[in-house]
Design a protein around this ligand. Structure first.
Ligand code: RTP
Ligand code: MG
Length: 140
């Protein structure tokens, strides 16, 4: 499998509870390398733009408000099959359905406040990485 990059976000429920280090350890243990990382506080408009694909979903307003409620850590993860590997380490969207040992099983509070975001395809990863990072900030 080829080396890939994917966009990850440690969400406000996790930064608030000081879980950044524990979550990063999960990524690194799975062989994902953190090649870019920064802590930012999204505006509601920025969160809305990032999650535009979900604009028609009933949870969109709540999701944007949550993502702008407190700082997040945005990061680029690199590794073999990084998109799928990251989704595996994250676990299911709903923590009640997430497998043992996954980030969401261990840390998520609810289906909405579920601690991490990860790109769902290589194509979206490229778009999402470009949303937050310039090429110069990616240090592989
Ligand atoms: P993400 O995009 O954040 O990595 O999560 P995902 O692919 O597992 O889930 P997705 O369907 O893309 O939904 C995006 C985020 O919206 C929130 N959500 N809330 N209240 C609800 O029923 C509900 N459903 C989804 C979650 O924060 C989810 O991660
Ligand atoms: Mg998604």
């Amino acid at each position: 499998m080829a080396t890939e990059r994917t966009l990850s976000i440690i969400k406000p429920d996790a930064t608030r509870r000081n879980l950044t280090g524990k979550i990063n350890a999960k990524f690194e243990e799975a062989g994902l390398r953190i090649i870019a990382q920064k802590r930012i506080h999204l505006s509601q408009a920025q969160a809305g733009k990032f999650y535009e694909v979900h604009a028609a979903r009933p949870f969109y307003g709540e999701l944007c408000e949550f993502m702008a409620s407190e700082p997040v850590v945005v990061q680029v993860l690199e590794g073999e099959g990084a998109v799928a590997k990251n989704r595996e380490v994250m676990g299911a969207t709903n923590p009640a359905e997430a497998a043992e040992g996954t980030i969401r099983k261990e840390f998520a509070l609810s289906i909405g406040e579920n601690s991490v975001h990860g790109s769902d395809s290589a194509e979206n990863a490229a778009i999402e990485i470009a949303f937050f990072f310039s090429g110069l900030e990616l240090v592989g």
